[in-house]
Design a binder for this molecule. Structure first.
Ligand SMILES: Nc1ncnc2c1ncn2[C@@H]1O[C@H](COP(=O)(O)OP(=O)(O)O)[C@@H](O)[C@H]1O
Ligand SMILES: [Mg+2]
Length: 206
């Protein structure tokens, strides 16, 4: 799902956080978004994901306005993972239950991501009792499991140790092959170079 932003202005109370003339994120790519702390990257993600409607300007999704149907194909892996008060298994199954996948499909897909994200030992543990890095792994699985067409990753490996970084990056590279639009916020130049197909900097006065 292509995203095209035009004249997007965001303010909190009277303070203008950013004004973006235009910005384009194309499908089938990993689009990296960088910029200093507090510039408004996470705020921009909330707006793109349709979670914050308090802005001026326009965002087109495949050339159209956001709709309920389109929102079903968008997901945000937020900087502070939001984990449900249920088992790891149920956290992964949740988006599929919402979308009325069959029992068999749910089992298959959840098992697939439990394996891929090395969550076997944690499958029955409550998601809220996980470490930060474990939560980020669950969060990524829960996002990919329903095959979104627009995937917003907000510093999705910030708490990930070196041992797990490789597979966390590999999974996203593989996912790109589905043709989805992946937009990724990172502070790591190395990660941007390893994964990015395009790079956008957010800066003052843009
Ligand atoms: N709900 C809010 N009310 C007021 N200010 C906010 C709110 N949310 C974020 N901000 C401010 O907006 C700025 C940008 O935040 P954020 O989008 O999280 O930046 P980044 O992700 O680039 O580090 C920060 O100065 C932050 O304090
Ligand atoms: Mg942020």
């Amino acid at each position: 799902m292509d995203v095209y932003i035009e004249n997007l202005k965001k303010q909190f109370n009277k303070r203008i956080l950013f004004e973006l003339r235009d910005m384009e994120f194309k499908s089938g790519r990993i689009n990296v978004l960088m910029g200093r702390n507090g510039i408004g990257k996470s705020t921009l993600f909330n707006i793109i994901a349709g979670l914050d409607e308090d802005y001026e300007g326009s965002i087109a999704y495949d050339g159209e306005a956001l709709s309920k149907e389109k929102m079903q194909d968008i997901t945000l892996v937020s900087q502070k993972p939001y984990i449900l008060n249920r088992s790891v298994y149920e956290n992964l199954a949740y988006p599929l239950r919402l979308r009325k996948y069959s029992k068999r499909e749910i089992e298959e897909k959840v098992e697939f991501y439990i394996e891929k994200l090395q969550l076997k030992e944690l499958r029955d543990q409550n998601g809220r009792s996980l470490s930060g890095g474990e939560m980020q792994r669950v969060s990524l699985g829960r996002a990919l499991i329903f095959s979104p067409k627009l995937l917003l990753l907000d510093e999705y490996t910030a708490s990930i140790d070196e041992r797990s970084l490789g597979f966390m990056e590999e999974i996203v590279l593989e996912y790109k092959e589905t043709g989805a639009n992946i937009i990724m916020i990172t502070h790591s130049k190395e990660q941007a170079e390893r994964l990015g197909d395009s790079l956008v900097y957010m800066k003052e006065g843009l």
